[in-house]
Design a protein around this ligand. Structure first.
Ligand code: GDP
Length: 420
């Protein structure tokens, strides 16, 4: 099965990093298809911790070609720092390829992101303020600067200065922000361009050739399904499309090339920032799940809100991604609970109940979860699932009609059970 998409099935932070890392070991090409440096994977390898934001974790395996696809937005300074960090530790980056069609996050995007959130006040979306949203907005407005623009220093400087003149007006007039200094920023951009030029490639062609040669290609999405710009819980979403279909546009291959879609979901749910969250845990158990699960953001350190497993939302993820299997991570976090509730339906404001994710935002905002309490296993999960944990997994499989192929049983890399 050569082309596999791996996608977050909830609100991101599902523990994708570890699953991607496992699959990357058995892949030839690993691609990121959307998102920017807000996605952070922390990978611990032989006692060393690697924090990667742009570069697929496959880079840690020798000989894997790692692609940052056209659907991504790239902060050039951040990418150079990641490359340097790897090279300094003896990890070669020669097999990293960056799509010339990917867009660049410019200093004004970062400034506008922070200023915009400040202006929204209580209504803020809770962005990571890394300029990702504004970079995608400029891409859609067709005024973005792309990776291929760095290939010609003259074109780059021209585009940079033209865009900055415009953006400085926006910063000053709309956001009450001092203008950015053109000369110094353009010089810095030129330095980054010199460093990144060797990595720029036609990555659509590269992936197509790899698939024709029978190579195993892994397509990795960032964030998660419910943060999808079109199908997530708008406006509390990301500015790109994490869902599996976007792997084709984000990399530049057709939908018929995808063979498998693996969804990654926690055995419970977390959500960062604002927005409705039906299964959010009330009472002292909230802090317990957060502490045991170490639910604090990798990139931002922000506390995550925790909820019980939401099968209504997960059924939606199965639908919009066409999941062929599921990896259920962090099952061990639930091990000490006597009873583990799972949400099987939502009760809407008019009293009706639904097992399908509400299409209308207001229904979702006002729905209440209908829980089914499942018995806990109350012991550690070793090399085998305790009977009640197995029942929990079977319950999920039956409710979703999708097999659970992997179960996460601990933070370490080897703590994953393969269920055949
Ligand atoms: P990602 O961005 O989707 O990779 O998600 P996070 O950064 O939130 O998840 C990574 C964190 O969860 C890391 O600290 C992992 O070590 C931890 N983790 C992943 N899988 C498991 C698991 O099965 N059990 C436990 N206890 N921790 C896990």
């Amino acid at each position: 099965m050569p082309a596999t998409v791996i996608v977050g099935a909830q609100w991101g932070d599902e523990g994708k990093g570890k699953i991607v890392d496992l699959l990357a070991e058995h892949s030839d090409v690993v691609c990121r298809y959307q998102g920017g440096p807000n996605a952070g994977h922390t990978i611990v390898r032989d006692g060393e911790t690697f924090k990667l934001h742009h570069i697929p974790s496959g880079i840690l395996y020798p000989g894997r070609v790692c692609v940052v696809g056209a659907g991504c937005v790239i902060d050039p300074g951040q990418l150079v720092r990641e490359i340097d960090g790897l090279e300094e530790r003896g990890i070669p980056t020669g097999d990293l390829r960056i799509s010339g069609n990917a867009h660049l996050i410019m200093p004004w995007h970062v400034a506008i992101d922070a200023a915009g959130e400040r202006r929204l006040g209580r209504l803020q979306i809770g962005t990571t303020r890394r300029g990702i949203g504004p970079a995608y907005a400029d891409k859609a407005a067709r005024i973005g600067i792309r990776v291929q623009d760095i290939l010609d220093p003259k074109i780059l400087r021209q585009k940079f200065e033209t865009a900055l003149a415009e953006k400085n007006l926006e910063l000053e007039r709309l956001h009450d922000h001092p203008p950015l200094e053109a000369e110094e920023l353009a010089d810095r951009m030129e330095e980054y361009a010199d460093r990144l030029r060797p990595y720029v490639d036609d990555t659509s062609l590269l992936v197509d050739r790899a698939l024709r040669d029978g190579k195993r290609v892994l397509l990795e999405g960032a964030q998660g399904t419910l943060l999808d710009l079109d199908h997530g819980t708008y406006p509390f979403v990301t500015s790109s499309n994490p869902i599996a279909g976007a792997a084709t546009t984000g990399v530049g291959i057709g939908p018929t090339r995808i063979d498998r879609v693996l969804g990654v979901a926690k055995a419970y749910v977390t959500r960062v920032g604002e927005g409705p969250f039906p299964t959010e845990i009330e009472g002292p158990e909230h802090a317990r799940v957060r502490e045991i699960g170490a639910e604090f953001g990798t990139t931002t350190g922000r506390e995550r809100r925790c909820g019980w497993l939401d099968l209504v939302a997960l059924r939606f993820a199965v639908r919009v991604n066409g999941l062929t299997s599921l990896a259920l991570t962090k099952l061990d976090v639930l091990s000490s609970f006597a009873e583990v509730p799972v949400c099987v339906r939502y009760r809407l404001e008019d009293g009706t109940e639904t097992a399908d994710f509400p299409a209308h935002q207001s229904d979702f905002h006002h729905c209440r979860p209908v829980f089914e309490p499942l018995p806990g296993w109350q012991r550690e999960i070793g090399g085998e699932l305790p009977a009640a944990a197995q029942e929990y997994v079977s319950f999920v499989e039956e409710a979703l009609g999708v097999p659970v192929s992997l179960v996460g049983t601990g933070a370490a890399r080897e703590h994953v059970l393969s269920l055949g």
